[in-house]
Design a protein around this ligand. Structure first.
Ligand code: SF4
Length: 244
């Protein structure tokens, strides 16, 4: 298992070697390197079925971390259950905000109205930080075509002491759609209602044809990421806003 002797060079070498690899090759390499120290983080959102299906074809027992923020659409919670069952995933873990954080910072569940950064911090960033402690590396579903900071997304990167594999970084919408059709994967129910990206209900809007995939996330705000994928200065409070 390589992570115990991991060096910046190793991450750079992995990235150089895998930058044009297929998503499945990247997933297999991640498993080879990290084994039991690897998790996949999924929002069970609009495009999540592709990566989850690929992983299920390789290893159904890899831990899948799902952030149940307490603010998700009911359709997402239903989709999480049906998709996990259909794919045979054996270890989907529901991550929830701590009772203490909710009681002290968001007792009325309306923090998103005054600070989306603080709300994302207690409902997404901190629960994932706690859950990811025991892992050396994780897999995300981010893609460059989503734009913003993701335009420069590497296939393998290191952040906050963890290696992140982004197997779908190179894929565009056409490849995702073709994979879904080939494997007859069930769509998230909100996609047909105009939501190409799905997060929490207070912060997700449907988009018009031709708008960016993530245009409906925190629409009208500068915020584009929840904070999970934002680099933090040493000792910084997790106060910047992304999705998985
Ligand atoms: S996306 Fe909105 S509701 Fe969800 S955690 Fe962030 S601010 Fe809160």
């Amino acid at each position: 298992m390589a992570f115990e002797t991991e060096t910046p060079d190793l991450v750079a070498d992995l990235n150089a070697r895998l930058r044009n690899a297929s998503p499945q090759e990247i997933l297999r390499e991640a498993i080879d390197y990290y084994g039991d120290s690897l998790a996949l983080v999924s929002s069970f959102g609009a495009e999540s079925a592709v990566l989850l299906h690929m992983m299920a074809q390789i290893d159904k027992d890899v831990p899948v971390l799902f952030l149940d923020t307490g603010m998700l659409f009911g359709q997402t919670l239903d989709y999480r259950k049906t998709l996990a069952t259909q794919l045979g995933l054996t270890d989907v873990r529901d991550l929830r905000p701590s009772f203490a954080d909710l009681a002290t910072q968001d007792p009325n569940a309306d923090l998103y109205k005054t600070s989306t950064d603080a709300c994302c911090n207690i409902r997404k960033v901190l629960p994932l930080d706690r859950a990811i402690q025991g892992f050396g590396a994780w897999i995300t579903g981010r893609k460059r075509f989503h734009g913003g900071d993701r335009l420069r997304l590497a296939v393998v990167e290191k952040a906050e002491g963890k290696v992140k594999f982004n197997p779908l970084a190179n894929w565009g919408k056409a490849e995702l759609d073709a994979y879904v059709a080939e494997h007859d994967l069930p769509p998230h129910p909100l996609v047909a209602m105009g939501y190409p990206s799905v997060g929490c209900w207070p912060c997700t809007s449907p988009v018009e044809d031709g708008q960016d995939v993530r245009a409906g996330r925190w629409a009208g705000q500068d915020k584009t990421e929840c904070g999970i994928h934002v680099a933090r200065a040493p000792g910084a409070v997790h106060d910047v806003g992304g999705d998985i």
